[in-house]
Design a protein around this ligand. Sequence first.
Ligand code: FE
Ligand code: CA
Length: 538
Amino acid sequence: MPSRFSRSVNVDDFVTVNRRRLLGALGAGAALTTVGSLFSRSVWSQPAFGTNPFTLGVASGDPASDGFVIWTKLAPKPLERGGGMPGKPVEVEWLIANDEAMQQVVQKGKSIAHPELGHCVHVEVGGLEPARDYFYRFAVGGELSRVGRSRTFPRAGAAVAQLRFAVAGCQRYEAGYFTAFRNIAEERFDFVFHYGDYIYEYAALRPGSKSAWPIVRTLPDEPGETFTLDDYRHRYAIYQLNEELQAAHASAPFIMSFDDHEVVNDWAGETTVKQMPREPFLLRRAAAFQAWYEHLPMRRAQLPKGPDILAYRRLVAGDLLAVNVLDTRQYRTGTTCGARVMAGCAEALEPNRTMLGDAQERWLYGSFKSPGARWTLLAQQIPIMRQDRNPDPNIFGPSMDKWDGAVAARDRLFNAVEQSKLRNLVVVDGDVHLNCAGELKKNFDDEQSATLGVDFTATSISSLGDGIDIDNRLKTLMQQDPHIKFYNRQRGYVRHVVTPERWQADYQVLDKVSTRDGRMSTRKRFVVENANSKLLDG
Ligand code: FE
Ligand code: CA
């Protein structure tokens, strides 16, 4: 029965829909005849690889109250073109269990890994119970994947006592070891928000290369810059061979976003700082988005259509937290003043500048009037708080690649928050390779003006190398920008612990990423109390 079904998948069924749902929707007979007649090609149902094909690990993502996505990608020879896979579809089995030993199986099914999508597997699992752990595993050709842990969200509206999640991103391979992901794995979070820069597209650097960045290791194969789908696939494979990253994915569901380096440095809308012509850039963006989708636990709604992808979305955890994943790259007006760090950029003040685009702005602001949860989270890429008061860009300065490069867009967001009387707004982001925490002021020039929310910027996993605690430039900036309460330039992640009465943010930093034995500690703790958008020392 399962094998008959697996040969009867709809032509669109490269993402396997929960089998019971599909059969329920169509009626079992219809599924086997009507759908089956639409599509038939030989599926390699008893493959033999000679080696375990689950070299890139497993992952889960986008939790709902009844399930999540589980992901893997077959690659017996991960750094070879095509991952060492033959050019035909392969049938993969999956299991969901109550226990880590995979003894109490609650669901199982089969999915087809297609060569067009690099033999990735995405299963949208449904029918599970809310707010609890599950475990999953894949099998093919007698080979087993590792076991992953995932977790469902609480049901919308249900009372939730506490949620724990991490915010992480910016993991340049050559710049340091991914030790922070080992710490994330050990924490077994409810979820991890990854804000982007999961890969870097640059040509490989070696230790000793001329670079502004400390380089502690080189990419296997020493590839050039990524341009084509195969280039991006190869880059993801290099990154995902990393055991710390695999352990983090296997420990908790990830809510994924992308920033610039999944495509190319500082891209915005249909433009790049190197001013690539639009058409070739969009082809590159399409390749980059496909590789992103193939390698990460995304729902089918996030399958790219050419150069376009729907990456903004909302996930609600009980009555406690509404997670709004934003896309600040794809719908931007374009790069502002070449995305430079500078003062006095006139483009940044243009009233029609947008970060989110009209449709996403409407979607977001429309939710503010009835957010449906105690805390509203904007899970996005780049700092919103102003960092632009220093007139000397040689000291530090406003980056035109961030919200400082689209002041009118930030004002529209703040106006929507204020008009909706939205309380308990928390923004998380990264991208700048430092830790930062600040209050979002209605008027950043007036310390007495209303505080509309708080902004927690997470440092990088490895980008920019070991770093230091704080330097004179950051001290100067903090004096000039009193809404900013904390800076730190070490590597790590931010742990958020959310309850109905308070939000706690712990800045977890490593003493070094240049060796594998970096030690993690809590550098700073902030607390935000319910209905009071003020950063308090925790
Ligand atoms: Fe980065
Ligand atoms: Ca970035």
